[in-house]
Design a protein around this ligand. Structure first.
Ligand code: HGY
Ligand code: MN
Ligand code: MN
Length: 423
């Protein structure tokens, strides 16, 4: 028989997601960049919920909030569940946050029942995944997996504040030693489970609330800098211009053309220029410099790398034609990641036991789970996304019923894992 508490997992998740969305850098849309005031207060709110769920909480040197629902024995192994709580600019309230809230409400349920597990359940609210403030996507999970790039510490944000200074201002040590100490002991880990909104239309179109993720597309990001010559907009004849923005515009169209090649459609190749700017630009100056971001992803690394190589060659050809220079700097490279077949099977059993069809799908979006595959077995549960599957948009939504099903499957997953671990 279900307890009344179990009936409200989904409602509880939706309410908390709304409450968490109250912490924002921007009153006009949910924006939580790494280590801003809103980011810190959001982390504190999550920590409070973890404590309320009977967890011991610690905050590591990069601001990851880690709550432990202690197992029966102090030396028990650890199952980790989590996701990120930073957002894109004007993002949705479930991206990342669902993967924190679902295990918290499930832990609270276990706590209220006095049900202990033969492993520690560590719920991790990962401080940074989106790369909004610094060019540091997966910062939180990089620290957890011992892959933090210390070169990032000197990187400035748009206001010139370095990552190290931002850490110190937030009360974090900002030292390499402290960050290195964030690395988890992989020998203690049973695995990592991430519950995440699908951020696409696949489950919605099939009428399915949940899906088991098989693999996560790898991505390459670049900062592309085009340098021409700034000159007077009224006096520079059109044939004499070395306009960086005109060259960049052609490069953007080259990205669209190359990544829409139907021969790569089956490999889910996608390419995006999400940011473009003319630093120090003015209405009456021919652009002398233009910078843009490039994000290329595919279901396999070879398809993605071939597209990136073609684009670099094409950018060079465009630059030569336009009399400008182009420099491509890689800011991120994450290989495709594969979920663990045994953990996928266990998730599938839970979905089946909930009376739902089992459906497996690949993820086109990146997730902290990609980094975690470097140190442990990983599983991901996708939850149906409403509004046509839109995400990275304030319209992102999910139903309380779907959130509820996800939490129940998670609870069952913990119990099945407990049965396997024994003790
Ligand atoms: O970009 C991504 O796929 C992720 O949402 N950060
Ligand atoms: Mn996202
Ligand atoms: Mn996410």
């Amino acid at each position: 028989m279900q307890t009344p508490r179990e009936l409200h997992f989904g409602t509880e998740i939706i309410l908390r997601a709304e409450q968490l969305a109250g912490h924002s850098d921007d009153p006009d849309g949910l924006t939580v960049a790494y280590l801003t005031r809103a980011h810190q207060t959001a982390g504190a709110e999550i920590a409070g919920w973890m404590i309320g769920a009977g967890m011991q909480v610690r905050i590591d040197a990069v601001g990851n909030v880690i709550g432990r629902y202690a197992g029966r024995q102090p030396d028990a192994p650890v199952l980790m569940a989590g996701s990120h709580f930073d957002t894109v600019r004007h993002g949705g309230r479930f991206d990342g946050r669902l993967g924190i809230l679902a295990p918290i409400v499930v832990a609270q349920h276990l706590h209220e029942r006095g049900e202990r597990l033969p492993f520690h359940l560590d719920v991790v609210a990962i401080a940074e995944e989106e790369g909004l403030r610094f060019r540091t996507s997966f910062l939180g999970s990089s620290a957890l997996t011992g892959q933090f790039d210390f070169g990032w510490l000197d990187q400035p944000d748009a206001e010139g504040v370095t990552l190290r200074a931002a850490m110190c201002a937030a009360g974090l040590p900002g030292t390499e030693e402290a960050i290195a100490a964030c690395a988890l002991d992989s020998r203690r880990l049973l695995g990592y489970l991430e519950v995440h909104i699908e951020q696409g239309p696949v489950l919605l179109e099939r009428g399915l609330p949940l899906g088991v993720v098989t693999s996560i597309a790898g991505s390459v990001r670049q900062r592309v800098v085009v340098t021409g010559v700034a000159s007077h907009a009224g006096t520079t004849p059109m044939p004499m211009r070395r306009d960086a923005l005109v060259a960049a515009a052609q490069m953007v169209l080259a990205v669209q053309r190359r990544c829409a090649d139907p021969r790569d459609a089956a490999k889910s190749l996608v390419g995006t220029v999400g940011m473009i700017g003319v630093p120090e630009g003015a209405a009456n100056v021919v652009p002398g410099r233009c910078e843009f971001s490039l994000d290329v992803r595919a279901a396999d690394d070879a398809t993605r790398d071939a597209a990136v190589a073609d684009l670099e060659a094409e950018f060079a050809a465009i630059a030569a034609r336009c009399g400008v220079q182009v420099r491509c700097e890689q800011t991120m490279r994450v290989p495709c990641a594969t979920c663990s077949p045994p953990l996928m099977r266990r998730l599938a059993e839970c979905i089946e036991a909930a009376g739902l069809p089992v459906f497996a799908l690949a993820s086109g979006a990146g997730h902290d789970a990609m980094m975690m595959t470097r140190i442990t077995d990983v599983a991901m549960l996708f939850v149906r996304c409403g509004h046509g599957g839109i995400s990275h948009n304030p319209l992102e939504t999910m139903s309380a019923d779907d959130a509820d099903l996800a939490a129940r499957v998670l609870l069952d997953f913990l119990r099945r894992t407990a049965a396997q671990v024994g003790g």
